[in-house]
Structures are given as structure tokens and as C-alpha cells.
Design a protein around this ligand. Structure first.
Ligand SMILES: [Zn+2]
Ligand SMILES: [Zn+2]
Length: 353
């Protein structure tokens, strides 16, 4: 079978690989499509410390089961599934606290185990034991289901930062995750969703989403526009979905007193520092939150939002490539020419989206 394999930073090859083993304890899935994640773009450029040469990458997948191990319960051939990517150990203090996404012993699919930029994928027994395999109902199309994992990360972040019905939310960064945050916020009942982006064509892609305020941060006064839409108070919540120090530093200027900021995007490890005006945080009683990854419960929530028709997934998916052309997809993401890019391992799926 064909698969995209990591050999080192910037060295990803589409090549023939043996089909995954079908054991008594695993599932084998035929992959319908798999979205390109920021992590995959990192692998295709600077690499990742947890990826070993020879690893099949890709984790934002949907596919149907073609093999069910004799010892596996609750799954049947033909069922469609998606995955929560981080398989937690279940035993460590973080797992015991219910924070499996922060588990230091986790197995990340597509980094520590073979992933889904492939025609077939073996689902490891650990993922089954951890509840990481989530069924997708018929009414959720493949192209929507491939968004469950990135959506789950946005859901985790919005839960942590305390997004609530009736809130106003400003998202900084109009890339794929910014677009997903916008749709998740609306689905969670946010009444005023605003988003800042600096560049085309992302601005044009973001302007297609319904019921949001799009701010061109290169031309417009962000603080003034946010105030104008929030009775001069600022947003209840600001989500920084851009890997930019300045965006993080400026985020506290757009939030109202008593509000909260989510540092959703991460900065490079060689330049992680930012400066905050502590008085704005202190006197404004602001909360500044992190967010990392997600848990199976967030993936199940994502599936539900998609099944309920709450997410305009067709505007989030802007490009499709075949597995052979996966590098075109990486380039689109690197050059900020796309929102989500889907990879289709099988020519048949690619022709009938
Ligand atoms: Zn991802
Ligand atoms: Zn653990």
C-alpha cells in the first residue's frame, strides 16, 4: 500500500509499505481521508522530537473498519471511525485526574505509532483500551469527520477558557484552527464572534463564514472594532490561534475585565518568551489559560456538533489532494494559501468526495 513516511526534518516520502498487521487485538481501517495538521507541516519542515524515521504520519482521519480482531469488542467491519490522537497511559497522576491529554507517557498516533496518510491503518490495542476510537454516524460526511481531531483541540481550549452561551469571543489568527474556533464558538452559543487575520487569501476565505465580524489586522484598528461590537467593554474571551508572540502579547488589550485569554497556538521552542503588562491582568482580574491537545470526550463532542449540523465544515475544507501529491498540501499550508487541506489515499475516494 501507499503511505507518507517520515524520514527526518523536511524529508517525507510517499512510498510502498507493507499493509498493517491484522491481529486479534487491533482494528485495521481503510482510510477515506486525513487532514493535514500543523504538526504534519512541522514534520515536513523542521521535524518533531517524537517522530522516528520510518513512521507513517497523519492523524486527522476518518475511515471504515476492514478488520476486527477476535478479542476486540464493540466494533464491526464496515463501521466508520475517527480517532482521538493522544493515547494516554491511564495510570499516571494526570490520567487519574482525568487529564489524559497531558499524560507524559502518552502514545501519539502519527508520531509514536503509524498514522493515517496511508491506504490502510492499524489501530493499536492501546487506542481501543483508551476509548480513542470514536464511531462516526452516517449523517456526518467524511470531509466533516476528518475535522474532528482539530475541532476537539478547539473544544478543549474553549472549555478551559470558559467560553459560555451569550459570550463575545475574539479569535486572533485566521488559519485553519482560527476558522475551526469560529465555528466551534458559534456552536457553543457565542453571540458575537470576531476574528483578526493579516493576510490574503485567508481574509477572503474567512469572510465566507456566516455571522462573524472579520477584522483585517493589517489595515484596521482591532481594539476599536472589538469595542464597537462589545458595548465598549472588550471580548469575554480572546483566543490566540496564531503562533505569534506579538499576537499573544496584544491579546490582553482586547479582553474585558473579568475575561480570559487562551494561548492556543504555540511558539517555537527557541523563542518561547512573551511580555505581558501585569497591571492589565491584575486590575482586570484576567485569566490567561493554556490548552494542549484533547481527549476522547472532546472528539465525541466534535462528532456530535457535526452530526447536529452546527459546523460549516465545507468552508473549513478549502483544498483536497491525493496522497501522491501530499507535498502540494504541505506547501499550501506553509504558504498560508489554504484553510484545511484533506489528503485522499485512494484515487476512488478522491474522485467521489
Ligand atoms: Zn492535528
Ligand atoms: Zn498517563
Amino acid at each position: 500500500m501507499k503511505a507518507a513516511v517520515y524520514y527526518g526534518p523536511g524529508d517525507i516520502r510517499v512510498e510502498d509499505r507493507p499493509e498493517p498487521d491484522a491481529s486479534g487485538d487491533n482494528l485495521v481501517v481503510q482510510v477515506h481521508c486525513c487532514a493535514i495538521c500543523g504538526t504534519d507541516v512541522k514534520l515536513a519542515t523542521i521535524g518533531h522530537h517524537r517522530a522516528k524515521p520510518g513512521r507513517v504520519i497523519g492523524h486527522e482521519m476518518v475511515g471504515h473498519i476492514v478488520h476486527v480482531g477476535a478479542n476486540v469488542e464493540g466494533f464491526a467491519a464496515g463501521e466508520r471511525i475517527t480517532l482521538a490522537t493522544t493515547v494516554a497511559c491511564g495510570d499516571c497522576p494526570y490520567c487519574v485526574m482525568g487529564l489524559g491529554n497531558l499524560c507524559p507517557n502518552s502514545l501519539p498516533i502519527g508520531l509514536g505509532a503509524d498514522g493515517a496518510f496511508a491506504e490502510l491503518m492499524g489501530v493499536p490495542p492501546e487506542a481501543l483500551a483508551g476509548g480513542n476510537v470514536v464511531k462516526v454516524p452516517d449523517r456526518v460526511p467524511d470531509e466533516a469527520a476528518a475535522l474532528c481531531e482539530p475541532m476537539s483541540c478547539a473544544i478543549n481550549a474553549q472549555q478551559i477558557v470558559g467560553v459560555a452561551e451569550g459570550d463575545s469571543v475574539l479569535v486572533i489568527g485566521g488559519g485553519p484552527l482560527g476558522a475551526i474556533h469560529v465555528e466551534v464558538a458559534k456552536a457553543l452559543g457565542v453571540v458575537q464572534v470576531m476574528i483578526v487575520e493579516l493576510t490574503e487569501p485567508r481574509l477572503s476565505m474567512i469572510r465566507k463564514f456566516k455571522d462573524i465580524v472579520v477584522i483585517d489586522g493589517s489595515q484596521e484598528d482591532v481594539a476599536a472594532i472589538v469595542k464597537q461590537h462589545t458595548a465598549e467593554l472588550g471580548a469575554h474571551v480572546v483566543i490566540v490561534a496564531a503562533p505569534a508572540a506579538r499576537a499573544m502579547e496584544e491579546s490582553i488589550n482586547y479582553v474585558r475585565k473579568g475575561g480570559a485569554v487562551s494561548l492556543f497556538g504555540s511558539l517555537p521552542s527557541d523563542a518561547p518568551d512573551i511580555t505581558f503588562n501585569s497591571r492589565v491582568i491584575h486590575y482586570g482580574e484576567l485569566r490567561v489559560c493554556g490548552a494542549s491537545d484533547s481527549r476522547p470526550e472532546h472528539v465525541r463532542k466534535a462528532v456530535k456538533l457535526l452530526a447536529d449540523g452546527e459546523i460549516d465544515y465545507e468552508k473549513i475544507v478549502t483544498h483536497r489532494v491525493s496522497l501522491e501529491n501530499i507535498h502540494e498540501g504541505f506547501e499550501l499550508m506553509k504558504q498560508k494559501q489554504s484553510l484545511k487541506v484533506l489528503v485522499f489515499p485512494s484515487v476512488e475516494e478522491y474522485c467521489t468526495p
